[in-house]
Design a protein around this ligand. Sequence first.
Ligand code: A4P
Ligand code: MG
Length: 176
Amino acid sequence: MTVAYLGLGANLGDARQTLKDAVVCLAQQHTIAVLAKSSLYRTAPIDAGGDDYLNCVVKLDTTLPVRHLLALCHKIEHHFGRERPFRNAPRTLDLDILLYGEQSIEEPDLIVPHPRLVERAFALVPLIEIAPQLVIPQHGRADAFLAAVADQRIEKMKNPCQCSMLGASADKGERL
Ligand code: A4P
Ligand code: MG
């Protein structure tokens, strides 16, 4: 079993529902156990146009070799209608392998840790939410890179299940 982290992003269609469904899809694989899922974040597009993105990160335990995991990511993206008209085009779903165990991989079509992970708040912030002590191979502690991405707009989304009938106490509402 290998612990891996995937970054999920979407800015076309019902992004919130797609990210939720994609995590369910991952959890249904008999080769994958989803160990943790970050909050959803609304993020400004970086090096890209289009609407704001929704992003999150999941932590997996998997028996899949890394190439099979990449193929699965592509299959799930395709299932959710991913098209690639041009680089960094708006997308219904993007699934990137951020980390795969302690491995460093540099091949033409697969680079792990993801080469832009430490430059992007939309990947780094949700990753640190679920793995605060994380050390990134070849880079060091993940949280050391937060200051460098502090100018990138990112907002944690509230849990959608917040019933206004529950009264004034936000704390109370969030526990339910
Ligand atoms: N590939 C290489 N390494 C990996 C990896 N670790 N995980 C290859 C997944 N794929 C990897 O990917 C292009 C190629 O990268 C694939 O053929 C794969 O073999 P793709 O999914 O077609 O396109 P992509 O993910 O857009 O490419 P890339 O270069 O990873 O883009 P980035 O750097 O991830 O940027 N702004 C916000 N706010 N939120 C976002 O989610 N995403 C991007 C994409 C830009 N701006 C964004 C967001
Ligand atoms: Mg991708």
